[in-house]
Structure formats: C-alpha cells, structure tokens
Design a protein around this ligand. Sequence first.
Ligand code: ZN
Length: 223
Amino acid sequence: MQNSLSKIVVTVVFMLAIGNALLFAADHAAPSMAPEAALAKLQVGNEHFVTEANSPAKPTRARRLETAKSQHPFAIVVGCSDSRTPPELIFDQNIGDLFVVRTAGQVVGDYELGSIEYAVEHLGARLIIVMGHARCGAVQAAIAGETAPGHVGAIVRKIRPSVLAVSKEAGQPLVNAIKSNVHHVAGEIRQEAKLGSLASQVRVVEAYYDFDTGKVEWLDKGR
Ligand SMILES: [Zn+2]
C-alpha cells in the first residue's frame, strides 16, 4: 500500500514536471534565425534589389500557402511609412519573411514596442532593424518647427530632440537628423522593449536607406 502510494506520488510529480516543461517550451517561440544570419540575408537581399533590373516576381502563391497557417519571420523592420520604403521590396523578401512596424519617422511608442515584443516572444524574430531613409518628411517637419497640426504634432515632438542633438554637427543637417533619429529610436527599443530572458539573444541594428542608390547603409550593426 505504502509502496503503491509512493509510486502514484512519483508518477504525479513526474507528470507535473513534464507539463511544466511543455508549458515552458510553448512560452517562447524558437528563434527563426540567428541575428547574424538574418542580417546577412538582408544584406544579400538588398544587393539583389540594387543590382537586378527585375527582382523575382513576389509575392509567390507557394509562399502564401506555406505561411498561411503559421509565420516565423526572421527579422523585424521598424521603418518609416513613406510609400517609397517598403522593407519587403528593399530587402527582396517574400510573404512571411519580415515582421514590419511602420510609422512616419519610424517613431515608436507603446503600440510599436508591443508589436516588437510580440514578434520576438511569439514569432521567434531575433534581429530588429531600425531603418530611416533619405529626405524623410517627418524629420524635415521636426527640423522646420517644434510642432505641427493635429496628431502630426506628436510625431514632430517625438523626433525633435534627435534633431537638436545634432544641430551643431558638420555635414548635411537633414541627413544628420535622420540618422540621429534612427539612433534614438534604436536606443528606445534597446532600453524599453520588455524582452525578458530573450533580450540577450536580440540584436538591434541601425540602418539608412537611400532612394537614389537603392542601397541600405548600415550605421550600427548593434551587439
Ligand atoms: Zn520618412
């Protein structure tokens, strides 16, 4: 009797342990790709975009069907809403490859940080690209004044400190301000995104996209 009771206790403890392990495993999605490999893939993709007259037709039906039930994007791109800066095209990627967060001036707040946290924790992304671009209208507005009408004012106020931070630097004021804003946003993500135990696996990289060349310049490849 004593013996069978202890067997039951051992079995229950064992089952609980397995259950916990499964719960823990289900808690975080497995990494889609290591950040170094993900960055290399984006660099190759941008090279295709720059050099090939016609990128392969995308999206493809096969990829749409393949990703219909689940997604494992290998990178997060935080970019500007500017219609000339679609990350999937600039990096020559397909449906399901990139988790994209876009706002004017790629500013981030609660909704954007929440989106990033979701993609890291539940979709397995480990690389975050913060990408500014040439002649960004949002940064131009922040250079022009301290505020703007309507909700645009919130964007301008958010970018303004990045403009002031480089106002005395040599070079092109707009380009300096755009890169300063990228750096500021990347810093916010590094500091404020709540990634828990996954934070050490995540790399935040700063980039600048130039319309004229089609090239993405890597400003800071992060840690
Ligand atoms: Zn822009």
